[in-house]
Design a protein around this ligand. Structure first.
Ligand SMILES: [Zn+2]
Length: 49
């Protein structure tokens, strides 16, 4: 059971700003408020492929 690495992309500009390790039993799509250096503010970041 390998943990899956996913990128978190800014929902405003689409930049992939963060890499996170996702537990295999977490099936829901990750959505986190994180700071985007391109937008200069905290935005919603979503899991990508
Ligand atoms: Zn952004």
């Amino acid at each position: 059971m390998a943990a899956k690495k996913v990128a978190l992309a800014c929902s405003v500009c689409g930049s992939r700003n963060y890499m996170v390790t996702k537990k295999p039993n977490r099936l829901e799509r990750l959505e986190v408020m994180k700071f985007c250096k391109f937008c200069g503010q905290h935005t919603m970041h979503r899991e990508t492929m």
